[in-house]
Design a protein around this ligand. Structure first.
Ligand SMILES: [Ca+2]
Ligand SMILES: [Ca+2]
Length: 328
């Protein structure tokens, strides 16, 4: 009887063990399948990223050819040219692609405050006019000038710049060199995020003195050129950017008379110094998507005299899905 009970007990243990093994196999199997799915998804995403980068690099090569051809075909740059056309969402192998070129000289280069010597004050005064146009404090130009100039004393009051920047909870020193990125502006005395939000669409930082291209710029930058040009007049002037262009700053100045704007010779000289109808610096903004993976490429480059491009920076970033989005 005792042996019979022992036998039943052993069979019970054996059944439980078998069930336990089956349960472990089931769990292991599910876990393996899940791991396999994750591995497949990761491999797939990696493959898609590689394809996306190949497409985006292809766009960069394509725009470099367009800009080289444009250099051969024209002495001016304006918005009716091929380079200025937005590449709409296009279907490529297994995905979509879009992009556009932006003329960085359509914006004001803040490093002109550093590179603009000996006519530095022309640039300080221009930036102050632009700040006023945007409803910002024109005095912001001074801490920016101190940040980029090559000495350690403030322009106003001759205080040591570092004495301002070393007082905060995270002390740092004044840069005393040209800006390398607009994000640096957050570090400058009295410059705030709110002010930057207004200013950023209209400014850039480039590695040499540059002029504003009158054919690709914005009304606020034109109105800041002279007290004689109102924002409304600048908007009317630039409304024609898509159908006509100016071959040089003199032609632009002469066209102002049609609007009853007669500039003093000092204003004419300043506009001639600040503007141009030719651009050397461009930014490519491109996006590509394959399956659910999307990436953005921001490339900044200088077009050299022979038409070739020198890349200043190239940044790949994850991007939200491209489909059903407006152009960037
Ligand atoms: Ca051109
Ligand atoms: Ca300084």
């Amino acid at each position: 009887m005792q042996n019979q009970n022992l036998g039943l007990g052993q069979r019970g243990v054996a059944i439980v063990t078998v069930l336990l093994i089956l349960a472990i196999i089931a769990v292991t199997s599910v876990s393996y399948q899940q791991r396999q799915q994750v591995t497949v998804a990761a491999s797939s995403q990696l493959l898609h990223r590689g394809q996306i980068r190949a497409h985006l690099t292809g766009v960069e090569l394509w725009v470099s050819q367009i800009l080289r051809q444009d250099q051969q075909d024209s002495d001016t740059d304006h918005l009716q040219e091929s380079w200025a056309e937005v590449l709409p969402v296009a279907t490529v192998e297994q995905g979509q692609l879009m992009g556009r070129l932006v003329d960085l000289q359509g914006r004001y280069n803040l490093n002109n405050l550093r590179y603009g010597q000996p006519d530095q004050m022309i640039h300080v005064q221009y930036l102050q006019s632009l700040l006023v146009q945007l409803g910002l404090d024109p005095e912001l130009a001074w801490p920016l000038l101190d940040w980029v100039d090559n000495n350690g004393e403030t322009q106003q009051g001759q205080i040591l710049e570092d004495s301002i920047y070393m007082q905060g909870p995270s002390p740092y020193r004044s840069s005393n060199q040209p800006l390398t990125d607009t994000s640096e502006l957050n570090l400058i005395h009295n410059w705030t995020t709110t002010q930057l939000k207004v200013l950023l669409p209209l400014i850039t930082v480039l590695p040499e003195l540059t002029q504003i291209n009158i054919n690709t710029t914005e009304p606020q930058l034109i109105a800041a050129l002279s007290d004689q040009i109102s924002l409304v007049q600048a908007e009317v002037l630039l409304a024609q950017q898509t159908t006509q262009s100016w071959p040089n700053p003199d032609a632009f100045i002469n066209s102002l008379t049609q609007y009853g704007i007669n500039l003093e010779s000092e204003d004419r000289q300043r506009i001639t110094a600040l503007t141009s109808a030719r651009s050397h610096y461009f930014e490519l903004q491109a996006q590509a998507q394959i399956s659910n993976t999307a990436e953005q490429l921001i490339s900044r480059f200088k077009r050299l005299d022979d038409g070739s491009l020198k890349v200043l920076s190239r940044q790949f970033m994850p991007a939200p899905p491209l489909l059903n989005r407006p152009t960037p």
